[in-house]
Design a protein around this ligand. Structure first.
Ligand SMILES: Nc1ncnc2c1ncn2[C@@H]1O[C@H](COP(=O)(O)OP(=O)(O)OP(=O)(O)O)[C@@H](O)[C@H]1O
Length: 212
């Protein structure tokens, strides 16, 4: 029997004595584009961190390919690319050096790193220290990693932050192509998105509803 990549049931999480969500269920198959939305403080980042294995204080069942995620953690993490709401790059390294360290072990050559930087419009800054780049340019360094990733699941927390209009359009195209190719994507953004076939999960504070 084939299982969804990620399957969540009965998920509940409290933070600071507040119930963020309860009895939350979702299923993510290859090709799924799931957008988690809700107001500030509703629990979107917390949910994405739970789904990424970064936040362990929850009740409920989280499964990866049909197995409890805690039991198959190594396999799960090998198949996951998580981009948090901070760019997560090292300011005293260049974009090339950052990318090289982010994909270390994946045997990716410099030409391919340069191609990814070109895709995000950063080739002219490939060898500039990142602390000399703007917020949007630093975010683009982090996003360049997506062009090098064949992870089955991308979890992207506010990936569009600080990105200009052209950059958002390029990222939308990348996400759509990725989903068409069978990649699964879970994302949050406060940005309006021009993406078809998106499933939306709305967090409201203590309840949630899933709408196609
Ligand atoms: N480190 C923490 N310790 C205790 N409570 C926290 C912590 N971080 C967040 N919270 C609580 O969890 C709630 C959910 O936070 P979370 O960051 O998941 O919300 P969010 O929906 O991603 O918000 P935003 O849209 O502002 O990014 C917050 O309202 C806050 O009360």
């Amino acid at each position: 029997m084939s299982h969804p990549l990620l399957q969540v049931s009965g998920l509940a999480c409290e933070r600071g004595d507040r119930l963020l969500f309860a009895d939350l269920s979702l299923s993510v198959a290859p090709g799924t584009l799931l957008r988690v939305e809700g107001p500030n403080g509703a629990g979107k980042t917390t949910l994405l961190r739970i789904l990424s294995g970064l936040h362990d204080f929850y009740d409920g069942d989280v499964r990866w390919c049909g197995e409890p995620v805690r039991r198959v953690r190594d396999h799960f993490l090998r198949n996951l690319l998580y981009l948090g709401h901070r760019p997560g790059i090292k300011p005293r390294l260049t974009p090339m050096e950052n990318l090289r360290s982010l994909v270390s072990g994946a045997n990716v050559g410099d030409e391919r790193l340069e191609w990814a930087l070109d895709e995000v419009g950063l080739l002219p800054f490939a060898h500039t220290l990142c602390d000399r780049l703007s917020a949007g340019q630093q975010r683009r360094v982090a996003l360049a990693r997506l062009y090098l990733s064949d992870h089955a699941l991308w979890i992207l927390d506010e990936a569009f932050t600080a990105i200009d209009r052209d950059g958002v359009a390029a990222l939308e195209s990348l996400l759509a192509a990725r989903a068409r190719a069978g990649g699964a994507i879970i994302l949050t953004t406060h940005h309006p998105l021009a993406l078809a076939d998106v499933t939306t999960l709305t967090l409201t504070g203590a309840e949630q509803e899933l709408a196609p």
